[in-house]
Design a protein around this ligand. Structure first.
Ligand code: SF4
Length: 187
């Protein structure tokens, strides 16, 4: 493993890639090639810029009150490097980590190489984007096949456990109702 990760972008204090304020690290490289992908520029790993794990860790630590999201692209295209980054985030901070991937959990868990990152991930958002299953009412994901997986509980129970997001779902529904009521009045 080299100490370089190809990164498209780092966005601080985003609120769309998981709950609360987050530092989103956008990995370059994706071979899933989903139709309707939000960012096909991310597919080529050479479109990224090389960052050391130390420099990414600094970015994460500087955002004192933000948690962390790995997204892209697909972070699993550089899984060894992201595993080391995740391990260090967990050992040097108390931040939680969300990770997006085009693989599904069942593929990852069967692979010794891919699954090494799982103990450091809190929530895995899994599965390719499927345009026919697009649903804009979903939180933190684009199509209904994608799952928000509680990784710790899934590893312990050897089954897929969906992240318990009831409080956030309720506030999302409340906001949707508020906006749909507002637009109704405006019309
Ligand atoms: S997994 Fe994500 S980044 Fe990769 S092609 Fe699909 S939507 Fe695009």
């Amino acid at each position: 493993m080299n100490n370089n990760i190809s990164i498209l972008d780092i966005i601080h204090d985003t609120t769309v890639d998981g709950p609360g304020f987050r530092t989103a690290i956008y990995a370059a490289g994706c071979t899933h090639l989903c139709k309707g992908c939000h960012n096909s520029h991310s597919w080529n790993i050479d479109n990224g810029k090389g960052y050391s794990i130390d420099s990414l860790l600094e970015e994460v630590k500087e955002a004192e009150f933000a948690n962390v999201t790995f997204t892209g692209g697909d972070p699993f295209m550089q899984v060894e490097e992201f595993t080391e980054l995740a391990r260090r985030i967990k050992s040097e901070t108390d931040k939680d980590i969300w990770c997006y991937t085009g693989y599904i959990y069942e593929q990852i868990i069967r692979s010794e190489r891919l699954s090494r990152i799982l103990p450091y991930i809190d929530v895995l958002v899994d599965g390719r984007y499927v345009e026919s299953l697009k649903d804009e009412s979903l939180i933190f994901r684009g199509s209904s096949n994608q799952r928000l997986i509680d990784v710790e509980k899934s590893l312990k129970s050897a089954t897929v456990v969906i992240w318990n997001n009831r409080r956030i779902e309720l506030s999302h529904i409340h906001m949707q109702n508020k906006f749909s009521t507002t637009s109704h009045i405006a019309i």
